[in-house]
Design a protein around this ligand. Sequence first.
Ligand code: DX5
Ligand code: ZN
Length: 221
Amino acid sequence: MADFKIAPSILSADFARLGEEVENVLAAGADIVHFDVMDNHYVPNLTIGPMVCKALRKHGITAPIDAHLMVKPVDRMIGEFIDAGASYITFHPEASEHIDRSLQMIRDGGCQSGLVFNPGTPLHYLDHVMDKVDMILLMSVNPGFGGQKFIPSTLDKLRLVRERIDASGRDIRLEVDGGVGIANIAEIAAAGADTFVAGSAIFNTDDYAATIAAMRAELAK
Ligand code: DX5
Ligand code: ZN
C-alpha cells in the first residue's frame, strides 16, 4: 500500500488559537501541516506568511510544514520560508519567471521542492524539471479559498501525473488540494495521489481524530 499522508490545511483552523489547533490536529493523527500563503495578487485572498511559520516552529511544532505559496513574485518568499523552517515549499509555475531557478533555490535551502498546478494549468511545466521536484501538487479547486467543491477532472490529471512520476523512477509525492474529504479520498487515492490536503473536512468537524481515522479507513479499503 502507498505511504499515504494526511495534510490538514490550517486555512480552516481557528487563527486565534493557531498553535493549539496545529498541536491538536497533529495529535489527532495528521502527518503534515499544510500552510496556505495567499497574497491578494496571485490569488484573491490574503492569509499568513513566514512570520507565522516561524512562530509555529518556535511554539514547538516539529512536524513537516508544507508551505503552499500562492504568491507572485515567488522567489523572495522562498528565502523567507526557508529561514522560517518550512519543510516543503511549493509554488505555481506560471507565477515564477524562472521555474528551474526557483526550484533550485528551494533545494539549496535544504527544503523539498514542488510545483502546483491549478485545474486549468497544463502539465508541460514539468517537462524539463522532473529531476528537481520532490512533490507535485494538483489543485482540485481554483486556489484562493477553503470549502470549495472538488473538480472531478482532477482525477484524470492525477492519473497522468502518476504515470509520469512512475516513469521517472523518482520518489516524488503526489499531493491533491481542494474539496478532499472522507467521501472522495478513496477515489482520489485510486487515481494516484498519496498526499491529501484537507481543510474544511477536518477543521469544520468537532473530532479531528475521528475524521482523520475515517479518512485512513477509506484509504485502507
Ligand atoms: C485553496 C487552498 C487549500 C484549501 C483547501 O486555495 O490551497 O489548501 O485550504 O481547503 P478545503 O479542504 O476546505 O477545500
Ligand atoms: Zn493549499
